[in-house]
Design a protein around this ligand. Structure first.
Ligand code: MRU
Length: 348
C-alpha cells in the first residue's frame, strides 16, 4: 500500500494533509495544514521530512500561501508570491529540494504572467500536484536503476529514513530495497537507529517491517561491529543535497558510516533524484548544515538524559565526500565514481 505521506485535499482553496512523522511508529495521525504558517511549522518540526517530501511540501505550501494573496494585477501578485517563497525557504536550510520546489513554482508563475491572477493560482496548484506525481515515478525509476547493484542473499545497512515517508511514495534508498524484495532477492537490512531523532528506528524500521522485509535495528555505534562480522555487503542511503563534485549531505552520521564502509571494503551507494543535485555549488564545503535545538539531544522523546546546563552541538547533517561514494543512483541512471564529469555525463 502506498503511504499517503503528503496530499492536497480539494481545489485551490483546499488544504494539505500529511502524516505527522514525529508521532510514528506508535501513532499514525494526519495533520491538516490550512495556511502557510502551519506548513512552515510542519516542515520545521519534521512532521514532514526527507528531502523530496520537503520539496513537495514547499510546492503545496506555495499554494497555501497564495490563497491569501488578493492582488488583482499579476505584477503585484508575483511580488507577493516572492514573499511566500522567501518565507517558506526559511523553514530548513539543507535539503535543496525545498529551494528547488520553490524555484520551480516561481518559474511557472513567471512563465504564465500574461494570464489572470486566478488562472496563475490554478496553474500553481496543478504544478504542485505535478511535482508530487513526478516524484512517484522518479522513485520507482530509482528502484529499477539500483536493484541491479544488489546481489541475492545480501545484508544492506541504511541510515536515517529514505523511504516512502521521505518522498511522495516508495522512497529513494528504500526503493532499491523494495524493488529487490519484489524481484524475490533475499535481503537483510540493518537500520541504524539515527540519533537524535531516531528516523531509522521510528520510520525505516516501521516501513520495512510493513513491507515484509527482514530488518534488524541497531544503534548507530554498532555499525562498525556489524560490518566486521561480515553481515553488511552494501550501504545505501539517501541525500539532502549533492554538490557538483558528488560530495553529499545526508543525515548526521552518514559520513561516519561511509568511513566504516571504506575500512571494510563495502560499496557505499547514495540514492537520490536529480532534484537533490545542486550544481551551483562546487563542493560539500558550501552546503549549509542545519543546527537544531539542544533539547533534541538532552531531552529526546520526553526524558531528560543529560545534566541541566550542559553545552550541546546538534548538527542535523554531515557531508560525505565523493571519494567515499561508490555510486549515486538517480532516475536517469547510476553515476559510478561520482565526479564533476561523471555527474554531468548522466544528468546532462
Ligand atoms: O532531518 P530529516 O529527517 O529530514 O533528514 C532526512 C535525511 O537525511 C534523508 O536521508 C534524506 O532527506 C533523503 S530522503 C529520500
Amino acid at each position: 500500500m502506498p503511504l499517503p505521506t503528503i496530499e492536497w485535499e480539494g481545489d485551490i482553496s483546499g488544504r494539505v494533509r500529511l502524516i505527522d512523522q514525529t508521532l510514528l511508529p506508535t501513532e499514525l495521525k494526519f495533520v491538516y495544514c490550512e495556511d502557510i504558517k502551519s506548513i512552515w511549522h510542519a516542515i520545521k518540526t519534521l512532521m514532514v521530512r526527507g528531502a523530496p517530501a520537503i520539496g513537495i511540501a514547499a510546492a503545496m505550501g506555495v499554494v497555501l500561501g497564495i490563497k491569501d494573496i488578493h492582488a488583482k494585477h499579476t505584477d503585484a501578485f508575483l511580488r507577493e508570491l516572492k514573499q511566500v517563497t522567501t518565507y517558506l525557504g526559511t523553514s530548513r536550510p539543507t535539503a535543496v529540494n525545498l529551494f528547488w520546489g520553490l524555484a520551480r513554482m516561481e518559474r511557472v508563475a513567471q512563465e504564465n504572467k500574461g494570464k489572470s491572477v486566478q488562472e496563475i493560482k490554478e496553474i500553481l496548484l496543478q504544478e504542485a500536484l505535478k511535482i508530487q506525481n513526478e516524484d512517484k515515478v522518479i522513485c520507482r525509476q530509482i528502484g529499477e536503476n539500483g536493484v541491479g547493484l544488489i546481489k541475492d542473499d545480501s545484508g544492506i545497512l541504511t541510515h536515517c529514513n529514505a523511504g516512502g515517508l521521505a518522498t511522495a511514495d516508495y522512497g529513494t534508498a528504500l526503493a532499491v530495497l523494495f524493488k529487490a524484495k519484489e524481484q524475490g532477492k533475499r535481503i537483510t537490512v540493518y537500520a541504524d537507529e539515527t540519533r537524535p531523532l531516531l528516523q531509522g528506528a521510528r520510520l525505516t524500521a516501521w516501513e520495512l517491517l510493513h513491507a515484509g522485509i527482514d530488518v534488524t535495528l541497531i544503534c548507530d555505534n554498532m555499525a562498525a561491529h556489524v560490518m566486521k562480522l561480515g553481515k553488511v555487503q552494501y550501504v545505501i542511503v539517501g541525500a539532502d543535497r549533492i554538490a557538483a563534485n558528488g560530495d553529499t549531505a545526508n543525515k548526521i552520521g552518514t559520513f561516519g558510516v561511509s568511513i566504516l564502509a571504506k575500512e571494510h571494503g563495502i560499496p557505499f551507494y547514495v540514492a537520490a533524484p536529480v532534484s537533490t543535485f545542486d550544481l551551483t555549488i562546487k563542493s560539500g564545503d558550501e552546503i549549509p548544515i542545519e543546527e537544531r535545538s539542544p533539547e533534541e539531544v538532552t531531552n529526546g522523546f520526553g526524558k531528560r538524559t543529560a545534566p541541566e546546563g550542559i553545552k550541546v552541538f546538534n548538527p542535523a547533517f554531515d557531508i560525505t565526500p565523493a571519494k567515499n561514494i561508490t555510486a549515486i543512483i538517480t532516475e536517469k541512471g547510476v553515476i559510478q565514481k561520482p565526479s564533476v564529469e561523471n555527474i554531468r555525463r548522466i544528468l546532462g
